[in-house]
Design a protein around this ligand. Sequence first.
Ligand code: ASP
Length: 331
Amino acid sequence: MALPEVAVLSLGGTISSTQTEGRSGVAPSLTGEALVEDVPEISEVAEVSADSFRQVPGSELVLEDLIELAAEFEGRIDTGAAGVVVTQGTDSIEETSFVLDLLVDRDAPVVVTGAMRNPTLPGAEGPANLLASVRVAISEAARGLGAVVVLNDEIHAARFVQKTHTSNPATFRSPLAGPIGYVFEDNARIVTRPVGRRHIDLPPETQDRPVALYTIGLGDDGRLLEFVRQSGYEGLVVEAFGVGHVHSVMTEPLGSLANEIPVVLASRTGSGEVHRKTYGFTGSESDLSERGLINAGMLDGPKARLFLSLLLRSGASREEISGAFGLPFGA
Ligand code: ASP
């Protein structure tokens, strides 16, 4: 029987990083083809076509790369791929996977993976993660879930996953929802189907719509906000304290900025929803909402920033942006 087709596109990252001449430390160097060839078990599971789409660290990727990648994936799926896999640097997986989740408008699984230990180290887990990802990419159960992140034999929904440790292979967690499945022996098992999948349609040519991300700290007087205003940002995400609080001195500058550009209120805790009506002091979530800030809901700061930037690129109006943030990524 013919094996299902899977497209593997590599973007670089630790999973592909080896020692390069004349430099200390490893850097992305292995091609997508080499990564797949290194795992002979893959050929027993799927008919894989592998390509190198980029060869960079995760920190080098930008939205344009992901917009191009999403279009490439839709093409591969339309021409017969049962699922697609991205290998890349783990540094930005929580963001890139969310962008693919929003942009790829297909039911075929979109799986993002990487590795925390590079191939020159004992215990490098790239090959195991790649094999597990191919198993998820061909899984019927993983269809229609949106983009998922597969590492360490766990399956996480892109909209919830976060990188939580600098070096531990179990770094990927979904504090709000938990993993939605796992891989064991030769199976991919889905135990939870996330609801509230979203899609953003972009016009063929879109321009960068820069959005700043600003984490508030104790005693912060908000002087950076003036820089945000002057430097051409078209949106701002504020990672505030707890359920959405800032020092009272920041409320006026935030309110006046929110009159000019969309300002989204997220939480620096990284998990849980920003509240709407629990506290009533100056600088509280209800005060900031009255001053025009948009509630990020359950999105953490980095994901809210990408969501806002893609909405701006899609041409959404201020009302449409508020409406999009107001709709939960859940039920
Ligand atoms: N530490 C990163 C990784 O795991 C480096 C990167 O994102 O390229 O791949």
